[in-house]
Design a protein around this ligand. Structure first.
Ligand SMILES: [Zn+2]
Ligand SMILES: [Zn+2]
Length: 274
């Protein structure tokens, strides 16, 4: 039995200081795109001023809960609005994350390794772009192994940090080693359509990695990572094309932290072209 529903699974709120639009506007955009619901996954609060300029402060967490709840009530009966969170995975903060993932009734938790953030560069950049890329994939596997997350976001976003040195075919050995570890954890991975707007204009991850994910039966969740309402549901049709090319016949989404599968054919017939 499939629950045929389409969700935007990755979007933000102005609390992260680099997104615009109130949650209600994102929900409206999701409805216009022909989706059934939307899961908000704004950037998690972190302690010690960790990358504080691009996330909600710890004392804004209650506001986050309140504005998502407000949007849910406003659209009640029409659109399904759910609470999620995009959590930064950074070694040393496991204890913080362990408490955070229990801090609310989340429907969906994304684990992200963000190599563009300052602390990450300070800790891992050695001047060698390929080593930096290898380290990224190791950390992605480590994020899955914490068991905190349902899905790993934009899982090759490192390519935009080192675009001139990005040669995925030459990096498949460490990438596949990471995918083996992730598959063992049964953590899903995202196909993030916002990659099309980045330096390397390709979704995250690209087809080479997606094919290896398929070979390991790693479930995929599509998300647009919308930082403004008009990006909600963006390029979902293209994402389905890419997935099918790589062998996939289903996409996934999470509600109440449980994974649901939708056949791509069913999803296609419900989506409006945007
Ligand atoms: Zn992210
Ligand atoms: Zn995001």
């Amino acid at each position: 039995m499939f629950l045929v529903a389409i969700y935007e699974t990755h979007c933000h709120t102005p609390l992260c200081k680099h997104a615009v639009g109130e949650p209600e506007e994102y929900v409206e955009a999701a409805q216009l795109a022909g989706l059934d619901g939307i899961i908000f996954t704004c950037h998690n609060p972190m302690p010690d001023g960790f990358d504080a300029q691009v996330r909600m402060a710890p004392d804004e967490f209650d506001t986050y809960l309140r504005i998502i709840d407000r949007a849910g009530r406003r659209w009640s009966g029409t659109m399904d609005v759910r609470l999620g969170l995009e959590c930064d995975y950074f070694p040393g903060y496991e204890h913080w994350l362990e408490n955070q993932v229990r801090a609310a009734d989340f429907h969906y938790l994304l684990g992200s390794v963000h190599p563009h953030q300052k602390g990450f560069r300070e800790r891992y950049w050695t001047g060698d772009p390929v080593l930096y890329q290898r380290e990224y994939f190791k950390l992605l596997a480590q994020a899955a192994e914490t068991g905190f997350f349902d899905c790993l976001s934009h899982p090759d976003i490192i390519k935009n940090e080192t675009p001139n040195d990005w040669q995925p075919d030459a990096l498949m050995e460490p990438i596949c080693a990471a995918l083996d570890r992730i598959a063992k954890c049964r953590t899903a991975m995202e196909l993030n359509t916002s990659g099309l707007n980045k330096t390397i204009p390709e979704m995250n991850p690209g087809p080479l990695i997606l094919r290896e994910m398929y070979r390991r039966s790693i479930p995929v969740v599509i998300g647009a990572d919308a930082h403004k309402p008009e990006r909600v549901g963006k390029f979902f049709n293209q994402a389905l094309d890419v997935l099918e090319t790589c062998g996939y016949q289903h996409v996934n989404f999470f509600l109440e932290r449980k994974r649901h599968q939708v056949p791509i054919s069913e999803m296609r017939s419900s989506l409006r072209t945007i």
